[in-house]
Design a binder for this molecule. Structure first.
Ligand code: SF4
Length: 510
C-alpha cells in the first residue's frame, strides 16, 4: 500500500549550552566591609569595639540594598587578581563550619542505598565497589531528584553490581535501563568510563587519575575520591555552590568561571582531612534539605552562626534576603522550533488456539550515534518551518520523510486511520520544541516478518517494537511524553467506541 524510499536524518537541535556569563552588579566589596562587624573572628581586633561596630553598622545601612538580578554583559576578570583575606574563611571559621556540619550530618544524614558502607577500613575490592556505587549514584543525581534516582540506582546495581559487569553491557541495554532519567549522555559516559576502567584493570584511586576516565569531571572525581578513597579533595555541585555563596555572602555571578573557582577554593578550605567524604556529603545534604534555593530553613541550620547572608538579612532596615545569594542569572531566550511527529501503530490480528489475538507494534527510528540524544529511539519526526505547521504541510513533509525509510508495507497492510493527536511542547535548555503529533493506524493479518529485511540500505535505522516493551525501550523523554499522549488518545477513542452501541441502544428503546 505504501512505499517509502531513501534517507533523512532527524534532528531536534537542542544542545545543553550554558547561557552567557555576566558580572555582578552589586559590588561584593560593600558586602565584605560589613563582614568585619558581623564576624569578629575574622577581624584584626581581638574584641569588637562597640563604637567602631556602630560606625560600621551605619555604613552597612548605607550600602545594604537589594541584590539585583545579573543582567549586564560580561567584562573580563583580571587574571592575576589577588584574593582578599575577606574572600576566604578564617581558620576559626573553617573549623567551626566543619565541626558543625559533621555533627549535624552524623545525626541527620538520609539513609540512601549508595551510602551503605562495605565494612570499615575497606579492602581493595570493597573500596572499588564503593567507588563504583558513588560514581553511578553521583552521575544519576545530576539533574535528577534523589527520590527518582533510588529506584533506578537499585535496578542498575542489581543488573551491573560492579564496574566490570557494566563494561560488558551494550549501549542499547544501558539506554533501556536509563530510560526515563533523561540526559542520556550521562549513561553513555558511564558505559565508556566503565569500559576504560575495565581495560586498565583497576579503579583509579585519586581525583587526578579519576579525571582521566571518559565522562568524569572535577565534581565526580572529587566525590568518588573523597567518599570512596578518603582523599581530602573538595566537591562543588549546585547545592554546595549555593551553601558556600550564602555562607560567604558571595554576590558575584555564579556562572562566572572566576566565581566558580573561588567557590572551589572555599570548599577546599572546608574539606576535612580525616573525614573528607562525610564533609562533602554534609555540604551537599545541607543544600538539599536545609539551605534550599527558595525557602531555606535557617532556624534549623547547623551553620547559621557562621552564615554571612543570614547576618546581612538580619541587619536593621536591610532589604537583603539570604535567597539573594547566589544572585540569579537571566537565562538566554529559548528559540521556538516545530516538528511533525507521526506515531505509526501496526495492529497484527492472528488466531491462537482458536482465540482472536491482536498485537500492537510501533515504528521507531534511531537517532544518529553522535550528537544530541545519540543512539536513542524516537517516533518518525521531522522539523518543519513555523509557516508549515498546518496539517496538510506537515503531512506532506512527513510523507517525504517516511518514503526515505525504504519501508514497503505492500498489500498485506491496510491504512485504517490517520488522526491528529495534539501538540506537546518539549523544553530543552535553549529550545522550545513544539511537536505536532499524529497517529497512523495500520492493520495486518500476516505478521511483520515480511518487513524484516527492508530498509537495509537506508541510512536511518528503524525497527518495530511490541507495545509490551515500549516501557523499557530507551526513548527520549519528549518521545516518552508523546507515547503517553498517544496512549491516552487511544484509550479515549476506545472508550467512546465501546460506549457508542449503548447510546444507540438507548435511543432505540426510547
Ligand atoms: S543560615 Fe540559612 S542561608 Fe545560611 S547556610 Fe544556613 S540555611 Fe543557608
Amino acid at each position: 500500500m505504501m512505499s517509502f524510499v531513501s534517507f533523512l536524518v532527524v534532528s531536534i537541535s537542542g544542545t545543553l549550552e550554558i547561557p552567557p556569563l555576566f558580572p555582578p552588579s552589586f559590588p561584593s566589596s560593600k558586602l565584605l566591609t560589613t563582614r568585619q562587624t558581623l564576624s569578629p573572628s575574622i577581624s584584626m581586633d581581638t574584641k569588637p569595639n562597640p563604637q567602631t561596630s556602630t560606625q560600621l553598622r551605619r555604613s552597612t545601612r548605607l550600602t545594604s540594598k537589594r541584590i539585583p538580578t545579573i543582567t549586564r554583559p560580561s567584562q573580563p576578570v583580571p587574571k592575576n587578581k589577588t584574593r582578599d583575606i575577606e574572600d576566604c574563611f578564617s581558620q576559626d571559621e573553617a573549623d567551626s563550619v566543619r565541626a558543625a556540619l559533621l555533627r549535624w550530618y552524623d545525626i541527620n544524614q538520609r539513609e540512601l542505598p549508595w551510602r551503605r558502607k562495605h565494612g570499615c577500613g575497606c579492602a581493595g575490592d570493597a573500596k572499588e565497589r564503593r567507588a563504583y556505587e558513588v560514581w553511578v549514584s553521583e552521575v544519576m543525581l545530576q539533574q535528577t531528584r534523589v527520590a527518582t534516582v533510588v529506584a533506578y540506582y537499585n535496578r542498575w546495581m542489581q543488573r551491573w553490581p560492579t564496574v566490570h559487569c557494566l563494561a560488558t553491557a551494550s549501549q542499547e541495554e544501558v539506554n533501556e535501563m536509563w530510560s526515563g532519567l533523561g540526559y542520556y549522555r550521562r549513561a553513555r559516559y558511564l558505559l565508556e568510563g566503565a569500559k576504560s576502567i575495565a581495560k586498565e584493570g583497576r579503579f583509579p584511586r585519586n581525583a587526578t587519575e579519576l579525571r582521566g576516565v571518559p565522562g568524569i569531571g572535577n565534581y565526580t572525581a572529587g566525590a568518588v575520591a573523597s567518599i570512596a578513597f578518603n582523599e581530602a579533595v573538595p566537591v562543588v555541585d549546585g547545592n554546595v555552590l549555593r551553601v558556600i555563596s550564602r555562607l560567604n555572602a558571595i554576590s558575584s555571578n555564579p556562572k562566572d568561571s572566576s566565581t566558580v573557582k573561588h567557590i572551589w577554593d572555599l570548599a577546599g578550605q572546608l574539606v576535612d582531612k580525616s573525614r573528607p567524604g562525610d564533609l562533602n556529603q554534609a555540604l551537599m545534604e545541607l543544600g538539599a534539605t536545609i539551605c534550599m534555593p527558595k525557602n531555606p530553613n535557617c532556624i534549623n541550620c547547623p551553620v547559621s552562626d557562621q552564615c554571612r547572608a543570614l547576618s546581612l538579612s538580619r541587619l536593621e532596615t536591610s532589604t537583603i534576603k539570604v535567597t539573594d545569594f547566589p544572585p540569579k542569572v537571566i537565562k538566554s531566550k529559548q528559540r521556538l522550533e516545530f516538528a511533525a511527529v507521526c506515531v505509526i501503530l501496526v495492529q497484527n490480528d492472528s488466531c491462537e488456539n482458536q482465540k482472536h489475538v491482536t498485537e500492537n507494534f510501533y515504528l521507531l527510528v534511531k537517532r544518529p550515534e553522535k550528537g544530541l540524544l545519540a543512539g536513542l529511539w524516537e517516533f518518525p519526526m521531522v522539523l518543519v518551518a513555523e509557516r508549515r505547521t498546518d496539517m496538510e504541510s506537515r503531512r506532506k513533509e512527513m510523507d517525504e520523510y517516511l518514503k526515505n525509510l525504504k519501508l514497503d508495507f505492500g498489500e498485506e497492510f491496510n491504512l485504517v486511520s490517520r488522526e491528529e493527536v495534539g501538540e506537546y511542547l518539549h523544553i530543552f535548555s535553549h529550545i522550545r520544541l513544539r511537536m505536532h503529533v499524529e497517529l497512523m493506524l495500520l492493520t495486518t493479518k500476516g505478521g511483520l516478518n515480511q518487513l524484516e529485511n527492508q530498509g537495509q540500505d537506508c541510512q536511518v535505522v528503524w525497527k518495530f517494537v511490541h507495545d509490551s516493551t515500549m516501557e523499557s525501550t530507551g526513548l527520549t523523554s519528549g518521545i516518552r511524553k508523546v507515547y503517553n499522549m498517544t496512549q491516552e488518545f487511544r484509550s479515549k477513542q476506545m472508550s467512546t467506541n465501546t460506549q457508542e452501541p449503548k447510546s444507540k441502544l438507548k435511543r432505540m428503546r426510547s
